[in-house]
Design a protein around this ligand. Sequence first.
Ligand SMILES: Nc1ncnc2c1ncn2[C@@H]1O[C@H](COP(=O)(O)OP(=O)(O)OP(=O)(O)O)[C@@H](O)[C@H]1O
Ligand SMILES: O=c1ccn([C@@H]2O[C@H](COP(=O)(O)O)[C@@H](O)[C@H]2O)c(=O)[nH]1
Ligand SMILES: [Mg+2]
Length: 222
Amino acid sequence: MWRRAASLSPFISSSGSLIRNHQTAYNLKIWESFTTEIPTQVKGGKGPFICFVLGGPGSGKGTQCAKIVKNYGLTHLSAGELLRREIASNSEYGTTILNTIKEGKIVPSEVTVSLIQKEMESSDSKKFLIDGFPRSEENRAAFERIMGAEPDIVLFFDCPEEEMVNRVLNRNEGRVDDNIDTVRKRLQVFKALNLPVINYYARRGKLYTKVLHSDQCSGNSR
Ligand SMILES: Nc1ncnc2c1ncn2[C@@H]1O[C@H](COP(=O)(O)OP(=O)(O)OP(=O)(O)O)[C@@H](O)[C@H]1O
Ligand SMILES: O=c1ccn([C@@H]2O[C@H](COP(=O)(O)O)[C@@H](O)[C@H]2O)c(=O)[nH]1
Ligand SMILES: [Mg+2]
């Protein structure tokens, strides 16, 4: 069940308990909005439909994006994947990006935004799911400044911390940041820098939150 929150700040938490009780929150069939809102946006000629997908490490962003792509045909751009691709291509920024990811820190905004921009501009798509970005207020401001665009909607996967840690440690995809030390750092960065961005979009009425309760964390709710 999705909830739209007009203003959650400063109450938002990674456990989501206060979100569930907030009076301005109401249920929304978010999946239907992908089919009803997108054509309007595209027809309006205001540029592509942009949906940011946010959540802590292992909260299920990539997993859910794959489903949205399959069902609604949006183009999925994972900021983390774009950065990993940059490392693999031995680009000039590769080593810096690798060290930043190992530390669970945030890559300079100009680097990430320029990778996203390149993908968006070379695509014919008019509807994008941007996964794992923006990670900070600075990321958000840089995207707005460089792209001259804001997201139409923002999805937030609010997953209990213990579940996120378990998922990351069991992911087995060979990621350099899937270890307990880096996950702990990523969680700190998520709370310090990413939650303020989530709050910002809540205040702007753009945030749709999927709260995952601990009793739904057995792996069968994907
Ligand atoms: N609902 C779910 N129940 C159990 N496991 C899940 C669920 N959703 C995703 N997973 C698993 O958890 C792991 C992390 O999921 P995923 O990669 O989608 O998260 P993410 O938010 O993209 O993480 P990251 O920010 O680290 O890229 C994967 O191994 C995935 O298969
Ligand atoms: O906008 C972004 C996205 C990612 N990073 C760095 O990459 C890792 C992994 O990202 P995932 O989204 O979890 O795949 C993240 O911890 C950051 O170090 C980034 O800097 N900026
Ligand atoms: Mg991911």
